[in-house]
Design a protein around this ligand. Structure first.
Ligand code: ATP
Length: 444
């Protein structure tokens, strides 16, 4: 991250260029809920593909993917411990009625909202799951919860997965999908929201190997952020103290990112022991242990989990990539994104109106050949068009000029260096495809 980058700069860019909108803004908005606009969708989708790709190419590791339901039964959330444990301490100011997470408040100090002293209520527990009713059934039969994490749908499907796929322990099951948490105080833009997407990996292994895999995945996830070209100075690993561990966890480390508002959890890596499969076996009455041919005994696989929010990573990536520079006396805003992540991979720009139709034809041709998100932009001066693309992180600007029809070449201008080179039109598709290679491949 550029030292001076503020959250305001990021939110302003997201609003100005339509990356992210407050959900239902025309009705006053829904707090802690956001919609991703066209560019935001493309960036988010690229982040997700990078994550999937990184797990698919990890040497010697077998990871399967699944997509579970958002609604879950009460019994399932009882087994996982969420019904009992998934709450945050909450405190209210009796003067202004504002509500806070208790760990954000110092009782001896004034209310950060209205400035009153000594107006705090007692700390109470606030349950974070969204509860809903299913169909016409009465009583607890009809109770369901929106999932606060994707992990549990992996655990409850463990037997299905292992019996319908030719996999052997150790292996992983990964899932990318929505999660819902009724956060007391959503804040810091996409950092803490009520509806978000998670990318989770549950790695199933033998107890004897679990600690090794825990450290392996901490290192692998750091390699992922490095491959995305995130600044290593903004990433650190923080192992939990014993008193911080969740009820299921034997060891946990956060990979933290240095956000404009401080070091905060970006991804959690937890050694969950055999808690999950055991609990679901007990609560469901269906045995989720596996049989070990070598020892002729059944055992519950142990689990190492890697869990990250897409939106939180989206925010970290934007903070990391954002630059403001002065070029020839003019300010340029730049998103120095890994080309794979860029919402628009290349922009096609006619130098003057005369080249409009030839440039547009080339744009459609390359788009059809690559299936990539590209843009054709003919309005305004070439300098303005470069700036517009710099601001959304487009790595390549391709200009069709007076020479192009004659020499069969275009000028390719690079976002970060602003250097230009001539590239043959016949080789353009291959050039772009090579340039935007998935991050984890390019390092090998
Ligand atoms: P926190 O302590 O920040 O509330 P947590 O420890 O409860 O987070 P986990 O349950 O470990 O979070 O969730 C795994 C990951 O999911 C987090 O590292 C984060 O990236 C993402 N995440 C969790 N809650 C939210 C949220 N409310 N908004 C956005 N992302 C979230």
């Amino acid at each position: 991250m550029n030292q001076a980058t503020t959250l305001e700069q990021i939110t302003a860019l997201c609003k100005r260029r339509g990356f992210v909108y407050q959900s239902a803004e025309i009705y006053g908005g829904l707090n802690g809920v956001y919609d991703f606009g066209p560019l935001g969708y493309l960036l988010k989708e690229a982040i997700e593909r990078a994550w999937i790709h990184a797990l698919q190419v990890e040497p010697g590791k077998e990871v399967l993917f699944m997509d579970g339901a958002l609604l879950g039964t009460e019994r399932m959330w009882d087994a996982s411990g969420h019904l009992k444990n998934f709450h945050d301490p909450m405190i209210d100011c009796t003067a202004c009625k504002h509500r806070f997470r208790a760990d954000d408040i110092v009782r001896e100090k004034a209310c950060p909202h209205c400035g009153s002293y000594g107006t705090w209520t007692e700390v109470r527990e606030f349950h974070l799951m969204f509860k809903t009713a299913i169909g016409a059934a009465e009583g607890s039969q009809g109770v369901a919860y929106l999932r606060p994490e994707t992990a549990q749908t992996i655990f409850v499907n463990f037997k299905n997965i292992i019996s319908t796929n030719r996999v052997k322990i150790p292996f992983g099951v990964a899932q990318l999908g929505k999660a819902f948490r009724n956060e007391i105080t959503p804040k810091q833009f996409l950092f803490r929201v009520r509806e978000f997407e998670q990318m989770e990996l549950e790695w199933f292994c033998r107890e004897s190997e679990a600690e090794g895999f825990y450290h392996f995945w901490i290192a692998a996830r750091q390699r992922f952020f490095a491959a995305l070209k995130m600044n290593p100075d903004n990433i650190r690993v923080r192992p939990y103290e014993a008193h911080e561990l969740s009820h299921y966890s034997r060891a946990t480390s956060d990979i933290e990112y240095k956000f404009p508002f401080g070091w905060k959890e970006l991804e959690g890596i937890a050694y969950r022991g055999d808690f999950d499969l055991k609990q679901h076996s007990t609560y469901s009455g269906k045995e989720l242990s596996v049989f070990d041919d070598a020892t002729q005994q059944s055992y519950y696989p142990h689990v190492v989990e890697c869990s990250i929010g897409v939106g939180r990573l989206f925010l970290a990536i934007l903070c990391d990539a954002y630059r403001e520079e002065v070029v020839e006396g003019e300010q340029r805003i730049l998103l120095k994104l890994h080309p794979f992540l860029a919402p628009i991979k290349a922009a096609f720009l006619p130098l003057t109106k005369e080249q409009n139709s030839a440039t547009e034809a080339l744009y459609y041709q390359v788009r059809a050949a690559t299936g990539l998100s590209l843009q054709y932009d003919a309005s305004g001066s070439i300098g303005k068009r470069y700036r517009r693309q710099d601001e959304i992180g487009t790595p390549l600007c391709i200009t069709y000029d007076f020479e192009s029809a004659k020499d069969g070449c275009v000028t390719v201008r690079h976002r970060d260096t602003m250097e230009q080179e001539r590239v043959a039109i016949g080789g353009l598709v291959a050039y772009i495809q090579k340039f935007i290679m998935p991050p984890s491949l390019e390092n090998r």
